[in-house]
Write a protein that binds this ligand. Structure first.
Ligand code: ADP
Ligand code: ADP
Length: 228
């Protein structure tokens, strides 16, 4: 699903955000990505989401080598990746239905065709019946679940979440993580960047740890990392 081989990312200006990072996430796995602020988590997720290209090394996503894909292929390949953000990035002047249907409209579905998919996605996140509401009428946890419904509405095999519980209290955070777990249980691959180490400890999944751009632990038993 995801494979990094000795990947480095240097931003214009010379800052090296990732340094020789190697890891593999097999299909259907759920893993966390942790590390201090500035460690490179968002950079790693942006590489997986085809929003950046590596400076050195090889990134393979769903069998596609990021160094070889053409820019015009990217929108198509990105359909296989659902993204969830800390600030959920909902359109506040659109209803819950339209927010969730957005990826389907972009793919050319009609509203009638989209309806079944949107309802299935809202069902999955426990928000059936909220279709006509606007995001402002929902709690923070519910807004985040709308963001998740939008990410899963076209059934991508891979979900990426960048600090999805950053604005939520511990109880809601756990509910959101359990939602990711239920998606993982039906075969979706999930990679979640988070600061919430207590939650990570509680969930008992693989934890990839970044420090100053190095991956200092890939969460596999018996692996030994020497970043130098
Ligand atoms: P994290 O998500 O772990 O906080 P980031 O990947 O966002 O880490 O950032 C890693 C480092 O790379 C930070 O020091 C950040 O300032 C830098 N960085 C991120 N994006 C850019 C960019 N577009 N241009 C230059 N530097 C960047
Ligand atoms: P967060 O991790 O909170 O989402 P990021 O650190 O990824 O935030 O930064 C948000 C945006 O700002 C990204 O598009 C990133 O590329 C850009 N960015 C981050 N750090 C820098 C930097 N040092 N110079 C230029 N752009 C940056």
């Amino acid at each position: 699903m995801i494979r990094f081989e000795q990947v480095s990312k240097t931003y214009p200006g010379g800052f090296q955000a990732l340094k020789k990072v190697s890891f593999e996430l097999p299909p259907g796995e759920l893993a966390f990505l942790t590390g201090h602020s500035g460690a490179g988590k968002s950079t790693l997720l942006r590489l997986v989401a085809l929003m950046e290209r590596p400076s050195l090394g090889r990134v393979l996503i769903n069998g596609h080598d990021l160094n070889k894909i053409k820019s015009r292929q990217i929108p198509y390949l990105r359909r296989d990746i659902g993204m969830i953000f800390q600030d959920h990035r909902l359109l506040m002047d659109k209803t819950v239905f339209d927010n969730v249907a957005l990826p389907l409209y972009i793919e050319g579905y009609t509203q009638a065709e989209a309806k079944k998919r949107v309802q299935a996605a809202l069902d999955k996140v426990g928000l059936r019946g909220h279709e006509r509401k606007f995001p402002i009428m929902l709690s923070g946890g519910e807004q985040q679940r709308v963001g998740i419904a939008r990410a899963i509405v076209n059934k991508p095999p891979l979900l990426l979440a960048d600090e999805p519980t950053g604005n939520l209290d511990p109880k809601l955070s756990l509910e959101i993580m359990q939602l990711f777990e239920s998606l993982h249980q039906v075969g979706v691959s999930v990679l979640i960047a988070t600061h919430d180490l207590a939650l990570v400890a509680r969930m008992r999944h693989r934890n990839l740890v970044l420090k100053d751009g190095f991956m200092i632990d890939d969460g596999l038993a018996g692996s030994h990392f020497d970043p130098l």
